[in-house]
Design a protein around this ligand. Structure first.
Ligand code: HEM
Length: 590
């Protein structure tokens, strides 16, 4: 009894000390926020408090049930990761183009003005990436799992980025095209054998991971459907370690690998497996590196493209002995695998659900695929000839990324004061302020995208070549006219992609020096997968007894709306397995 009392006393004292300290920090941050001169809202817990991240939504949604102001206040509105998904464009509609959320750890300045955002991206030195968030996303993992300590900033990063850019080249894209087509086709066949399936989320992740293992390490893994997967041996498989680490990234960052490896703790088997994956990851990297190095020494690199061999070669060619060390190559390979895996997979999952609810867009897409690819088997598809012509596949990617932007980005002022013009105001931003682009606003507001801004409509991205030089207003009118217009099929060869209303209105791959180096890679794999899935097949929501097709589609739209969130590190459909889909052969569209 005495022990329990002592423990409770310690817990209470620590809790009280934490509350006092947090309140003091919150007060100091509030005073700083007032200097910026934009509306301010206060929340008591940092969004990125690692323990809070594990329980935030559950706590907030429970408190929301309370009546009146107890359930509806700044805490329940803003104090969880992904609040903006639920809030939509409302916060900026109420508070203007910029506002601050004050938390005990930092002030978060949200900006929704495209011009100001582009300005911020251009001034990369004044507004560097906030590395704490990238630690949470990619680089923390790299540090925890490899010996690489220099991933995220400075000269070293610039050199690394130059090498990464030179390796993610057309040779790589060509390889990605054929591997993605192969795997996409196997995935389509697998869904066809099932008829009704619930594994889109898992299966798209398998596909994008296998594309990456081929591109990065030259390992060609056949597609494995979720329900037919053999349990991998944790100690043997590279794929197992990579997938386990990626799937449990938040967990590993919160508790550290040493927790899962500690043999004295009575951990369940799945947790033990996380420990094994962390330990084995470096060993696998080391094996793959040695293999690539041997290939390099035997001069087999030219014909045998992989990103790893390409990186070794680029590091050697870089002259003056400056290149990536072995540790840096591991780190870079992990960052690429990590950054390129779930991003594309989550977007694919969203797109497949959107398409399931939207048979007209599927027909629109299939017409293009049939026209460009004809009946040719996938082995005869040609990256250079076919990829640039598949405008509608690309429009589906652009539109899905517009409405469901998976990677949240944060910049900051670091240790200096900065000014930034937002609309008609010049903001004085104190050191240490975090700045986040309000994607939802710039990507989804009707003032930029027209009255149908909130809808998923890939057709908005496609226009006829001859309409390309029109004014933004004319383009907008054209977009609206295009919707549902079957006549356009007659002019399909004339189709091109429209740019967004302005550059700052489309930030899905980011902008500036630290934008996504895998943009083209993701576009190529996307188009190849879309083509294999939708030239010969179609997807529909599986219907309940007495449910009409319209009702089933409406259910899917509602599901997408309610199920979107940050279940993992990125924005995703949290439970795609809860809505069954059916996969059938397509009756040829005329
Ligand atoms: C549609 C899919 C993708 C989207 C939407 C996307 C988006 C982004 C964004 C927004 C960033 C900046 C993150 C930040 O500043 O915090 C980023 C970084 C990065 N992405 Fe992508 N990405 C995608 C696919 C890929 C693929 C397929 C690869 C690799 C093949 C890749 C490799 C990277 C890397 C290495 C970085 C870090 C860049 C650096 O720090 O310099 N991404 N991505």
């Amino acid at each position: 009894m005495a022990v329990i009392k002592a423990v409770l006393l310690v817990v209470f004292t620590l809790g009280a000390a934490w509350v006092v300290y947090s309140s003091y920090c919150l007060y100091c941050n509030y005073l700083e926020a007032l200097k910026i001169g934009v509306p301010v809202r206060i929340i008591p817990i940092s969004h990125l408090n690692k323990l809070w991240l594990l329980i935030d939504k559950r706590v907030i949604f429970t408190i929301r049930r309370l009546p009146g102001v107890l359930g509806g206040n700044n805490f329940t509105r803003f104090n969880y990761r992904g609040w903006h998904e639920d809030d939509g464009t409302q916060a900026h509609d109420e508070m203007g183009e910029a506002f601050v959320l004050v938390t005990p750890s930092h002030n978060w300045l949200y900006i929704a003005e495209p011009e100001a955002l582009m300005n911020m991206y251009r001034r990369g030195k004044d507004f560097p990436r906030w590395t704490e968030i990238t630690k949470i996303h990619f680089f923390g993992m790299v540090k925890l799992l490899t010996t690489n300590k220099s991933q995220s900033s400075g000269e070293q990063w610039r050199m690394q980025r130059k090498i990464v850019n030179s390796c993610l080249n057309e040779k790589c894209n060509s390889l990605v095209w054929s591997e993605a087509a192969l795997l996409g086709d196997q995935m389509a066949q697998y869904w066809a054998t099932k008829g009704t399936f619930t594994t889109v989320g898992e299966d798209t992740r398998t596909t994008t991971l296998h594309i990456l293992t081929k591109a990065c390490f030259g390992q060609s893994l056949p597609f494995e459907g979720h329900d037919t997967r053999q349990p991998a041996s944790p100690s043997a498989s590279f794929k197992f370690s990579l997938v386990t680490i990626m799937e449990n990234a938040l967990f590993i960052l919160a508790l550290r690998p040493s927790f899962f490896i500690n043999k004295w703790l009575p951990l369940p088997r799945t947790w033990r497996d996380i420990g094994v994956a962390c330990t084995k990851f470096k060993g696998h990297m080391s094996y793959l590196y040695d293999r690539a190095l041997r290939a390099s020494d035997q001069n087999r690199l030219e014909g045998d493209f992989t990103l790893m061999t390409s990186m070794i070669r680029a590091s050697r060619k870089n002259g003056n002995g400056i290149g990536l060390s072995e540790g840096e190559i591991y780190g870079t390979m992990f960052v690429i695998s990590f950054a390129g895996h779930d991003t594309t997979a989550h977007l694919l999952t969203f797109a497949i659900f959107f398409l399931a609810a939207n048979p007209f867009v599927q027909d629109w897409l299939a017409r293009e695929l049939r026209r460009v690819l004809g009946d040719r088997p996938i082995q005869e598809w040609d990256y250079h000839a076919d990829f640039p012509r598949l405008t509608r596949c690309m429009a589906i990617l652009y539109e899905t990324l517009r409405v469901k932007t998976p990677v949240p980005e944060v910049k900051w002022t670091k240790d200096r004061h900065q000014t930034l013009v937002v609309g008609s105001k010049t903001l004085n931003i104190p050191p240490g302020t975090l700045i986040t682009p309000s994607y939802i606003y710039v990507h989804n507001h009707s003032r930029f995208w027209g009255p149908d801004a909130q809808e998923w409509k890939p057709q908005r991205w496609v226009t006829k070549c001859h309409q390309r030089d029109m004014s933004p207003r004319q383009k907008q009118n054209e977009r609206n006219k295009n919707l549902g217009d079957e006549v356009e099929d007659a002019y399909m060869n004339d189709e091109v992609l429209l740019p967004p209303p302005s550059r700052g209105n489309y930030l899905g791959w980011s902008e500036g020096a630290r934008d996504c180096p895998g943009k083209r890679f993701s576009q190529v794999e996307w188009v190849a997968i879309m083509a294999t899935l939708f030239r010969d097949w179609k997807v529909e929501p599986s219907r309940l007894q007495d449910e009409t097709a319209m009702q089933a589609r409406a259910k899917v739209f509602q599901f997408i709306k309610e199920n979107t969130g940050y279940g993992g590190l990125l924005l995703q459909l949290n439970n795609p397995e809860s809505i069954p889909l059916t996969w059938t052969a397509r009756v040829r569209v005329p």
